[in-house]
Design a protein. Structure first.
Lengths: 113, 111
């Protein structure tokens, strides 16, 4: 079974600075997708970024980018120019042949003004 | 942008009662899912549904739970004989392939 590990339960960053959230996963599959979801206090699940495992190029979405290291099974999220609205719980998630998402335990991000 | 719609947003029920949580997935999506998030914990997979039948289910999804797609648009999760520990946020999601869209969730409180 696949597992997703987020080792940082809480992180904080100064507004306008850069922060990196860590995620590692375990799988025997070669073809899969990785995701970062943001969950604000409203508890809605909002997709931040997605990475296909067969793509070597790291995904980017505006201020959000990932560092995908397939051999190391690592998938970190970098948030540049952090804004107050970035404060939320961030979940890393995996999807393979079974399609459903397996989530990590989350990292609570605080943005300090 | 297409949305996944969940109703109700909040439901309070007495222990032992049955509840039905409703979802309207995105119309051209093929895969439907239910997830659960107990307050302060991670999001857990319950069940996936494809081609009018369950394709995968987790250990959590026991005989207390059932899913249905009663018509071409709705996707429901029924919880029979609710327990206090069923109190959680329940999310519906749908996907065409690997692009998942989540609904805004139903907060279920069992008292």
């Amino acid at each position: 079974a696949q597992t997703v590990t987020q080792s940082q339960p809480e992180m904080s960053v100064q507004e306008a600075e850069t922060v990196t959230l860590s995620c590692t996963y375990d799988t025997s599959e070669s073809d899969y997708y990785l995701f970062w979801y943001k969950q604000p206090p409203s508890r809605q699940m909002i997709l931040v970024i997605r990475q296909e495992a067969y793509k070597q190029q790291n995904a980017t979405e505006n201020r959000f980018s990932v560092n995908f290291q397939k051999a190391a099974k690592s998938f970190s999220l970098k948030i540049s120019d952090s804004q107050l609205g970035d404060a939320a719980m961030y979940f890393c998630a995996y999807s393979g042949s079974a399609r459903q998402l397996t989530f990590g335990s989350g990292t609570q991000l605080t943005v300090l003004p | 942008e297409p949305e996944v719609t969940q109703t109700p947003s909040h439901q309070v029920t007495q222990m032992g009662q049955e509840v039905i949580l409703r979802c309207v997935p995105i119309s051209n999506h093929l895969y439907f899912y239910w997830y659960r998030q107990i307050l302060g914990q991670k999001v857990e997979f319950l069940v996936s549904f494809y081609n009018n039948e369950i394709s995968e289910k987790s250990e959590i999804f026991d005989d207390q739970f059932s899913v249905e797609r009663p018509d071409g648009s709705n996707f429901t999760l029924k919880i029979r004989s609710t327990k206090l520990e069923d109190s959680a946020m329940y999310f519906c999601a749908s996907s065409l392939v690997y692009g998942y869209t989540f609904g805004s969730g139903t907060r279920l409180t069992v008292v």
